[in-house]
Unconditional design. Structure first.
Length: 102
C-alpha cells in the first residue's frame, strides 16, 4: 500500500507500487488492468494499462487459496495449479487416481 508512483519510470519501465496495486484491485474500473508482473510495457502494448486516476484503498485476490494452510501448502498448491494450467492432469508426486474402466 505504498503511495509511490515513480513518475515516468513507474509508468513505462517497472511497475510502481501503485501500478501493482491496481492489479489487485476489486474496483470495476480496474478489472483486467495492469496484468504485467514487472514491466508495464506489456500492458501498454495490449491495451490493458490503467490510465485513470482512481486508486483503490483495499487490495485482494479473487479465489485466494494462499495464506490459509501454511507455507508448504502454498508452495505445493501453486505448483499443482501450474502443472494443470499447462494441461497435465497431476503433478508427478501426486498419487495416481485409478482409471475408470470403460
Amino acid at each position: 500500500m505504498l503511495p509511490w508512483r515513480w513518475g515516468w519510470f513507474g509508468k513505462y519501465v517497472l511497475y510502481s507500487p501503485i501500478g501493482h496495486r491496481i492489479h489487485h484491485s476489486a474496483l470495476p474500473e480496474h478489472k483486467d488492468k495492469n496484468l504485467g508482473f514487472l514491466f508495464p510495457v506489456w500492458d501498454w502494448m495490449f491495451g490493458t494499462y490503467y490510465k485513470g486516476d482512481v486508486i483503490n484503498e483495499e487490495v485482494g485476490v479473487e479465489d485466494n487459496y494462499q495464506n490459509t494452510r501454511g507455507l508448504l501448502f502454498d508452495l505445493a498448491e501453486s505448483t499443482r495449479r501450474a502443472w494443470r494450467s499447462v494441461g497435465l492432469p497431476t503433478a508427478p508426486w501426486t498419487p495416481a487416481r485409478p482409471r475408470r474402466s470403460t
